[in-house]
Structure formats: structure tokens, C-alpha cells
Design a binder for this molecule. Structure first.
Ligand SMILES: *[C@@H]1O[C@H](CO)[C@@H](O)[C@H](O)[C@H]1NC(C)=O
Ligand SMILES: *[C@@H]1O[C@H](CO)[C@@H](O)[C@H](O)[C@H]1NC(C)=O
Ligand SMILES: *[C@@H]1O[C@H](CO)[C@@H](O)[C@H](O)[C@H]1NC(C)=O
Ligand SMILES: *[C@@H]1O[C@H](CO)[C@@H](O)[C@H](O)[C@H]1NC(C)=O
Ligand SMILES: *[C@@H]1O[C@H](CO)[C@@H](O)[C@H](O)[C@H]1NC(C)=O
Ligand SMILES: *[C@@H]1O[C@H](CO)[C@@H](O)[C@H](O)[C@H]1NC(C)=O
Ligand SMILES: *[C@@H]1O[C@H](CO)[C@@H](O)[C@H](O)[C@H]1NC(C)=O
Ligand SMILES: *[C@@H]1O[C@H](CO)[C@@H](O)[C@H](O)[C@H]1NC(C)=O
Length: 235
């Protein structure tokens, strides 16, 4: 048992280092380092999707055969598509995948492989690219107070196809005093009651809600103003 446990720990450590290293330079235990590719990134729809693959050396370390960037191919993980017409040799050791005018369906994990003289393929490194949009404006923003006992705001969002977060705050009295959304909440829902932290602010007449949308391609701010009395549904 103990022996198994410690083996687990060793595997966990090895796995951790393999992960940390592969995410930087594709250098895991037991594998040879042929080269590396562009780091993972998010891309705007309509831009060119570019992945560089760079060989460490013009000599293959294990079999002592000289190679150059013409031995490199790009293949997409999901459908194994090979992009020969989009692959360009930049220099002796660098090959570049360039897909013009990318759209969301081009998102994926792109593998750079080296084809050995015996036609076997070996992974050099992989790059994950998500193609999407900056955050979109929210729509259908609604807030309802039930008898001043609780205040519930909901809104709709449109997918940006990349990881995006929306946060709601409400400005009280002035822009300088704002309250965040109590837990539990999510990207399209927020609720204040007397028991939440922060609690429901029943005394404020003019409500200004601010939604911030945020992802790696941009940010948005949407502002909604309400007369508090106008959104109360009495019991
Ligand atoms: C690699 O090949 C070159 C010439 O092809 C030779 O001079 C060299 O000794 C070889 N190195 C190894 C480690 O086999
Ligand atoms: C790359 O290797 C190929 C095949 O061995 C060779 O035909 C080509 O001239 C080489 N290119 C460069 C830039 O060395
Ligand atoms: C995205 O591009 C793929 C191929 O590059 C194409 O098949 C697809 O129709 C495009 N989708 C949109 C929404 O333009
Ligand atoms: C969001 O709305 C603002 C005005 O409220 C507008 O200027 C902006 O272009 C909109 N953004 C998007 C992505 O629709
Ligand atoms: C909100 O307040 C209304 C009216 O008092 C009550 O019926 C409802 O259960 C409350 N909802 C929550 C989630 O507290
Ligand atoms: C957000 O939370 C509310 C209340 O818990 C729930 O009704 C709604 O389905 C949730 N929305 C998402 C997208 O998870
Ligand atoms: C609330 O807004 C109205 C008009 O939008 C304004 O006349 C009033 O002075 C405001 N009240 C407070 C307390 O800010
Ligand atoms: C966007 O979100 C990231 C991560 O949550 C955060 O570090 C950054 O400050 C946010 N940017 C804006 C403009 O809110």
C-alpha cells in the first residue's frame, strides 16, 4: 500500500514536471526534444492563425540524421487534417502554419510533427488556439425587486467562443461606491436579499448597474439605470 502510494506521488511529480515543461518547450521525461511551437493563444475571428514550429537543431539527436524545416508538418488534433498548402518554410529550422481569415471552426490543437526519413512521424510540440470574439454586449437586462425583500437581475449573453467572464456591480449614490454581486451568482444572474453579503440596499432610489465583460481579446462595459420604485413587484 505504502509502496503504491509513494509510486503515485512520484508519478504525480513526474507528471507535474512533464506538464510544466511541455507547456513551455515540449520536453517531457523519456521524450527527445526536437523543438517547440508558438505558445497557446486566443485569436480574433478574421485574423490569420499562425503557429511557428522551430527545430532545436539541424541534426536529429537520436539517429544523427540532418534535417531542416521541410521535414515539419502541421496536423490538427480533432480531424487529423494536414495543412500542406498553409505551411511555409521561414528559415532552415522554422516552419510556419498560416491559416488566413480564421473563424471559430479553426479553433483547436495544432500539432507540429517531424517526418523522419523512414516516413515515421514524431511530435515536436503542439499549440492550442481558440478563435473567437471580444466580449459581446449583454442583452435583455432585467431587474425585479420582490416587495423590497430581494432584488434579482438577469441578462443574456452571446458566446464569444473563448473563455469570457461577466461581472455585475451596482453603483450606490455615486460611481465611487459600488457593490458586487453576492454568491451564488453566475454569468447571467445576480441576486441580493437581506441575508446576502453584501445585503440588499433597499434605501437607494436610483440604481445604476454596471456589467463588465472580460476576455483575452477585450473588455466591454454596459450600464443600465433603473428607478428602484419602478421595478418593485409588491406582495
Ligand atoms: C554523426 O554523423 C557524422 C557524419 O555523418 C559523424 O561525423 C559523427 O561522428 C556522428 N555522430 C554520432 C554521435 O554518431
Ligand atoms: C532541406 O532538406 C531537403 C531534403 O533533404 C533538401 O532538399 C533541402 O535543400 C534542404 N533545405 C535547406 C534550406 O537546407
Ligand atoms: C469557417 O471556415 C471554414 C473553413 O475554413 C468554413 O468551412 C466555414 O464555413 C467557416 N464558417 C463561417 C461561419 O464562416
Ligand atoms: C456595445 O454597445 C456600445 C454602445 O452601447 C456600442 O458602442 C458598441 O459598439 C457595442 N459593441 C458591440 C460589440 O456590439
Ligand atoms: C423574494 O421575495 C419574495 C417576496 O417576499 C418571496 O416570495 C421570495 O421567496 C423571495 N425569493 C428569494 C429567493 O428569497
Ligand atoms: C445562473 O444561476 C441561476 C440561479 O441559480 C440559474 O437559474 C441559471 O440557470 C444559472 N445560469 C447559468 C448559465 O448557469
Ligand atoms: C434620481 O434620478 C432622478 C432623475 O433621473 C433625479 O431627478 C433624482 O434627483 C435622482 N435622485 C437621487 C437621490 O439621486
Ligand atoms: C480581466 O480578467 C482578468 C482575469 O480575471 C483580470 O486579471 C483583469 O484585470 C480583467 N481585466 C479587466 C479590464 O477587468
Amino acid at each position: 500500500m505504502n509502496c503504491l502510494r509513494s509510486l503515485d506521488v512520484i508519478w504525480a511529480i513526474l507528471f507535474f514536471f512533464a506538464f510544466v515543461q511541455t507547456s513551455r518547450s515540449c520536453w517531457g521525461p523519456g521524450s527527445l526534444q526536437y523543438g517547440y511551437t508558438t505558445s497557446d493563444y486566443d485569436l480574433n475571428v478574421g485574423s490569420d492563425l499562425i503557429v511557428d514550429c522551430i527545430l532545436e537543431s539541424g541534426i536529429l539527436p537520436n539517429i544523427n540524421v540532418s534535417v531542416n524545416s521541410s521535414y515539419l508538418i502541421f496536423q490538427r488534433d480533432s480531424n487529423h487534417q494536414i495543412f500542406s498548402s498553409y505551411t511555409h518554410q521561414i528559415d532552415k529550422l522554422t516552419s510556419q502554419l498560416r491559416i488566413p481569415n480564421a473563424n471559430v471552426s479553426d479553433s483547436g490543437l495544432y500539432h507540429c510533427q517531424i517526418v523522419f526519413p523512414d516516413n515515421s512521424k514524431h511530435l515536436v510540440c503542439s499549440t492550442k488556439v481558440f478563435v473567437g470574439y471580444p466580449p459581446k454586449n449583454v442583452s435583455n437586462f432585467k431587474c425585479i425587486s420582490r416587495n423590497f425583500d430581494n432584488l434579482t437581475c438577469t441578462w443574456e449573453i452571446e458566446s464569444s467562443y473563448i473563455k469570457t467572464t461577466y461581472t455585475l456591480t451596482v453603483n450606490l449614490l455615486s460611481d465611487d461606491i459600488s457593490m458586487h454581486c453576492p454568491e451564488p451568482n453566475n454569468d447571467t444572474f445576480c441576486q441580493w436579499t437581506e441575508d446576502t453579503n453584501p445585503p440588499y440596499f433597499t434605501m437607494i432610489r436610483n440604481l445604476t448597474f454596471v456589467i463588465n465583460g472580460n476576455n483575452s481579446l477585450g473588455t466591454i462595459e454596459n450600464i443600465f439605470k433603473f428607478d428602484h420604485f419602478a421595478i418593485v413587484i409588491p406582495n
